[in-house]
Design a protein around this ligand. Structure first.
Ligand SMILES: [Zn+2]
Length: 306
């Protein structure tokens, strides 16, 4: 195992930083796979699962090479910062492939992209719900010329849902998996756990998923147990609050609901009527903001169309 530090360059008004990268195995024996956690610094289940994987991995048996970043955004981790990097208020997972001349998050994204993702044949980005986010386990992949391989990886992870993100309708841009796909690296974003918790069951689910996808890619020996097939979500929409106020969600993540049914309400803080948030179609909430505090146009939930 080789340990190197990726340097995030310093510039006027922009701090520098080192990100530990572990290089494990031998690229002559099989594919190179990049595996990251901690792009969001308070998504602990993903980080814990990846650390557990590193504690257990037998390097001599790897049929390939892993480029592993256990915690990609250390600044957010130390600050316990949800969603954004404290230095510049940007969401790192909207900054890929990055910009070496931009602000801290842009530089960090560029350094990760250049040193971890681009030299790899496949990319796995491990996430969880953030501090105020609950979710049903899912894996997503992006529409691209390599999307069939990415789709297979998403299914191999064995989570409840698999989402295909079409480029034209994506509510988000600049994710590590989308940027990887654009340079021909099949990639997935896998999400398990959330709300700042480190529960054992979710850690195990993430760890098993990672092992399964590495087995699917031929880097690890095949996993003995097979996963329950994931349900496919053809489209997802992100529902936002029409007003600032107090958000209360009436449904659980993964609960299937009919079109038009009430998902929750937002109450304006200064008084006034509740605003009902309703399901745009038949589907299920894949992630939900658990904090009652929402801003005008604040994100409430991600709704998967079934
Ligand atoms: Zn995340």
């Amino acid at each position: 195992m080789e340990r190197v530090n990726i340097r995030v360059s310093e510039a006027e008004g922009v701090v520098g930083s080192d990100v530990p990268l572990l290089i494990i195995g031998d690229a002559a024996r099989g594919p190179t796979v990049s595996v990251m956690a901690g792009v969001h610094g308070a998504e602990y289940v993903a980080m814990r699962a990846l650390q557990q994987f590193l504690d257990q991995v037998d390097e001599s048996r790897l049929q390939g090479c892993l480029r592993v970043v256990p915690i990609a955004n250390l600044a957010s981790f130390h600050a316990r910062s949800a969603f954004v990097t404290p230095h510049d208020g940007k969401n790192l997972n909207r900054c890929f492939p990055g910009d070496p001349r931009g602000s801290f998050s842009d530089r960090l994204a560029a350094a990760l992209f250049e040193n971890v993702i681009q030299p790899s044949a496949f990319h796995v980005d491990m996430h969880s719900g953030d501090l105020v986010e609950d979710l049903v386990p899912f894996a997503l992949y992006d529409e691209s010329p390599v999307s069939e391989k990415a789709r297979e990886m998403a299914h191999a992870y064995g989570l409840d849902y698999v989402i295909r993100v079409e480029r034209s309708e994506s509510p988000i841009a600049g994710t590590s998996s989308a940027a990887a796909a654009q340079v021909g690296v099949p990639a997935i974003t896998a999400e398990v756990g959330g709300r700042g918790l480190v529960d054992r069951e979710s850690v195990q689910r993430h760890l098993t998923g990672l092992r399964r996808v590495l087995a699917h890619l031929g880097v690890l020996a095949a996993e003995p147990s097979s996963a329950t097939p994931s349900k496919e979500v053809g489209q997802w929409s992100w529902l936002r609050s029409p007003v600032a106020g107090w958000w209360e969600c009436d449904v659980r993540v993964g609960e299937e609901v009919a079109a038009g049914s009430r998902l929750g309400t937002v109450r304006p803080l200064g008084g006034g009527d509740y605003v009902d948030i309703t399901a745009p179609t038949r589907g299920t909430p894949l992630f939900v903001t658990t904090s009652p505090a929402v801003t005008d146009d604040g994100l409430l939930l991600g709704f998967g169309v079934l």
